[in-house]
Design a protein around this ligand. Structure first.
Ligand code: HEM
Length: 451
């Protein structure tokens, strides 16, 4: 009797686990078996983008996986990612358990108000004012960092604390931390106090926002925050609902844009240094173009960019090969949906495997080779290639792309106009660290004056 009971309990448990692990609908995409709590995280390993690309041979480009307990579908094909992410139904965001502000914020939200915020930030980031002010800031940054011109006061301690806080929040050193974003089960294994970091960062944003309002003059915007208040007044006439939540949304969006833009830009610049130091021949051609198009009497400016095809090709190749956001930011299916004959239930996480797009052999031929020429035509003109998905694609495409590209261009051309670089100590490997972002392991550089 005892054996029978034990057998029944074990069988029941196995059936329960089986029912949780197998896809609930036979029309869902195929995929390997997962484990309770971990889902497929242990199989995806430290380089999930790479693993999913390998799985493409066995399961095809659309695979069912689980991130901890959260059901997900990963897409590992550039054209399918473009097709899916171009549709509103795949433009939702999952809810993270650390999400103190609900979904009020440009990265985390997916309602109509998020779309309004997105439009507002997008046009602000792409305005002439933003371009000019970014150019000034980048020059100051390079002057302070490399040329040691530290005569101007740098960021105040609160801003520095804010930036360090962002870095601590965004760094995800292992897959347990990814699972911890959705479930309490593994909290005891996680050191990062994200919730507190977010609260601290938000109180700094709120404080600065209040201080700023005291000196705002309507119709004379000095910056993004002033422009927001101006816009809020005009929006109030059209949509009272927008006004009711606008301030909360805006503060969440400031936080989101900071977290989305800060580490990504600095990681990309680290990769530029790694590749241009490791490949002196590419650096030499990069510098020849700077010398030819800019000369030595002035520093490069953003208006030089269109005349510098090789520089553009190098920067695009760094974006491709480093694929710093291999799995993009997770999307969510907003409704039950059919995609390529598969059924994807509402609220499934949808992962665009950008690494798979940027490293697809069928598209790039030799994706593991650092070869900027793949972005040049036979006349040496720069060719923008739509298959490069560094900033994702579709309705949630990164809105900071232009800002980031400006930053990369100015930073790298100003520095390499003046300096050659060598590794001081061990050369870093090309394998980036685990995380939402793939960053090079730490390395030291020597800067050697060219002239
Ligand atoms: C090289 C630097 C950067 C890279 C590689 C990058 C990449 C990405 C990626 C892959 C996404 C996810 C898109 C999706 O969900 O499909 C994203 C979203 C986003 N990025 Fe960037 N980004 C960079 C710099 C920036 C900068 C400088 C800013 C702004 C200051 C920014 C703001 C945003 C925002 C607000 C979103 C969310 C868009 C939305 O959810 O609708 N990014 N970025």
């Amino acid at each position: 009797m005892g054996y029978l009971l034990a057998f029944t309990v074990v069988l029941g448990a196995l059936l329960f686990i089986y029912s949780r692990l197998k896809p609930t609908n036979s029309r869902q995409p195929p995929g390997p078996w997962g484990l309770p709590v971990l889902g497929h995280m242990h199989l995806l390993g430290a380089k999930p983008g790479k693993t999913l690309l390998k799985w493409r041979k066995k399961y095809g480009p659309i695979v069912s996986v689980r991130i901890g307990k959260m059901p997900a579908v990963a897409i590992s094909d550039v054209y399918l990612i473009q097709e899916a992410f171009g549709q509103r139904v795949f433009s939702g965001r999952p809810t993270y358990k650390i999400d103190e502000f609900g979904k009020k914020g440009i990265v985390r939200g997916d309602d109509i108000e998020t779309t309004e915020q997105r439009k507002f930030f997008h046009s602000a980031f792409n305005s002439k004012e933003s371009r000019d002010s970014a150019e000034g800031r980048i020059r100051e940054e390079v002057d302070a960092l490399i040329f040691m011109k530290n005569d101007k006061p740098r960021d105040d301690p609160q801003t520095l604390e804010f930036l360090q806080n962002l870095s601590r929040t965004i760094r995800v050193p292992n897959f347990i931390e990814v699972i911890a974003m959705f479930t309490n089960f593994v909290d005891f294994l996680v050191k990062n106090d994200r919730k507190k970091n977010i609260q601290d960062a938000m109180s700094i944003i709120k404080k600065k926002f209040k201080e700023h309002k005291l000196t705002w003059v309507p119709g004379q915007p000095r910056d993004l925050t002033d422009a927001f208040w101006d816009k809020q007044d005009s929006m109030a006439k059209e949509s009272p609902k927008f006004r009711a939540n606008a301030e909360e949304h805006f503060l969440g969006s400031i936080y989101d844009a900071s977290i989305a833009g800060y580490d990504t830009t600095s990681i990309t610049k680290e990769w530029i240094f790694v590749y241009l130091t490791k490949f002196p021949e590419v650096r030499r051609k990069f510098q020849e173009e700077i010398d030819a198009k800019v000369g030595l009497d002035r520093t490069p400016s953003l208006s030089d960019e269109p005349n510098m095809p090789y520089v553009q090709a190098v920067l695009n190749e760094v974006l491709r090969i480093s694929s710093i956001g291999p799995l993009s930011v997770f999307h969510r299916a907003m409704e039950d949906v059919e995609f390529k004959g598969y059924f994807i239930p509402k609220d499934t996480i949808v992962i665009g495997n950008l690494y798979a797009a940027n490293w697809d052999k069928d598209i790039w031929g030799d994706p593991h080779v650092f070869r900027p020429e793949r972005f040049l035509d036979s006349q040496g003109n720069f060719v923008q290639r739509d298959e490069l998905l560094a900033f994702s694609t579709g309705k949630r495409l990164c809105i900071g792309e232009r800002l980031a590209r400006n930053n990369m261009f100015l930073f790298s051309t100003i520095i390499f106009q003046e300096f050659n670089t060598e590794f001081a100590g061990t050369e870093p490997s090309f394998e980036g660290s685990f995380g939402l972002f793939s960053r090079p392991y730490s390395f030291s550089l020597k800067f050697i004056k060219r002239h």
